[in-house]
Design a protein around this ligand. Sequence first.
Ligand SMILES: *[C@@H]1O[C@H](CO)[C@@H](O)[C@H](O)[C@H]1NC(C)=O
Ligand SMILES: *[C@@H]1O[C@H](CO)[C@@H](O)[C@H](O)[C@H]1NC(C)=O
Length: 253
Amino acid sequence: MKGIILFTLLTIWSNVDCKSCSYSPSQWCTSLDSAIECGVLKQCLETNATKPNTLEQSVQVELYYESLCPACRYFLTSQLLPTWTMLQDAMSVTLVPYGNAGESFDGKKYQFTCQHGEEECLGNMIETCILNVTGSNAFQIIYCMEASTDVVKAGEKCVELYDPTTKWDSIMTCVKGDQGNQLMHQNAVKTGALKPTHNYVPWIVINGEHTEELQDKAMSSLFALVCSMYKGSKPEACSTALMKRHRSYCHDE
Ligand SMILES: *[C@@H]1O[C@H](CO)[C@@H](O)[C@H](O)[C@H]1NC(C)=O
Ligand SMILES: *[C@@H]1O[C@H](CO)[C@@H](O)[C@H](O)[C@H]1NC(C)=O
């Protein structure tokens, strides 16, 4: 094993002009001088450029969806999460669970009606509270729920799995209380403010913009879209064989 690593290092070193380089590899990118002297300036700048996920560079993906819509579940599980897994340094994701729901104010709190019934309203609310309570683990928890047969029922297990420090009770307190009600109202306002007005879900907004072209591209390969729109130097994943898609089928016997 050590032999293989050493051999690999030697192979890399021998490809770099190190004649007058007095720095060890771990120092190459620590200063402009060492990068130039060691002939690795281009590589160092590229490495540095892909690291900070600066807001201007990263591709902002917003998903407006509802918890039980099959097309939303498909996009979330087969496009959004895999892409985010590969390209999370190059993108930021905002989830807004509300979709085609409606709201009315009864004098005390908002009442919501959902396209796929009560169960969907509950799913939306659980996911909204997860986004508020669990922070950076929320995306994986919601993926876990949306990939399950029973979205709502899976909630507790998914939280346990991806954020063991969060108590399910704290999610349900949010779901049943004023906080959840207010947060869902914010989702309603945000969804209602979309321009153009959404008329289906999943509704995808890229860098603040929704067009049919962007929507189609995101639906067919979000990965390729994020790679093409990312303004920093391309993440390595973008240049690998992933772009080559093989079509394969399972045929009847
Ligand atoms: C790379 O980033 C580090 C830390 O931010 C910085 O100190 C260094 O100068 C950068 N290197 C180059 C070659 O720009
Ligand atoms: C959670 O919701 C509260 C309002 O109920 C808000 O003040 C807080 O910033 C939210 N936190 C996150 C992480 O969204």
